[in-house]
Design a protein around this ligand. Sequence first.
Ligand code: BG6
Ligand code: MG
Length: 212
Amino acid sequence: MNIKAVIFDLDGVIVSTDECHYLAWKKIADEEGIYFDREINNRLRGVSRMESLEIVLERANKEYSQEEKLALAEQKNNCYREYIKSMTPDDILPGVMATLEKLKSSGIKIAIGSSSKNTPVILKQIGLENYFDAVSDGNNIKNSKPDPEVFVKAADMLGIAYNECMVVEDADAGIQAGKSGGMLTLAVNGANGGDLSLENLACGDLVEIIQA
Ligand code: BG6
Ligand code: MG
């Protein structure tokens, strides 16, 4: 396998922000009198903020104007930002740092490919703002996963061919995005219904698979 770079999704792979997203959307939904639960929240994984809002509003019994939608998305984000303020490097998921360090020392490039516009804030909170070779996120894309744009841009920033990149994702939409970008994909933390994680995949293994 000739993999020269690994592009990691952020939410659900490097850190678990699902609960913060859930609590923030739940607050908005409750205030609007819209039914919302964890199962619906699972559908928001990898999906952009405005597309997530559309999914939340599927259960609403009134139509929202574009202005109202933008206001709701902003409220949700303000609430979410309050929750992530308390994140620290301790919130990095088990197995992640060992995997990243091993890749770096093996000369494999590492990048972030996330739909989140809060990527720079989260990376700063967890002390990894200067750690990756490239960061592609919700601020530099027009099309959210399952469109491959965010990963394609990460590969372009690294200057590495798409078929020499591996994508690590926890969302089915992200796996689809990686595949349609012509990249190898690794589904972790519930993607494709599996239970593989970077913790139970011994960090050496990923490098061995890549270099095999
Ligand atoms: C993704 C999350 O990483 O980012 C989604 O999995 C979220 O749940 C999306 O909706 C957008 O995030 P943000 O931080 O830009 O609102
Ligand atoms: Mg994710």
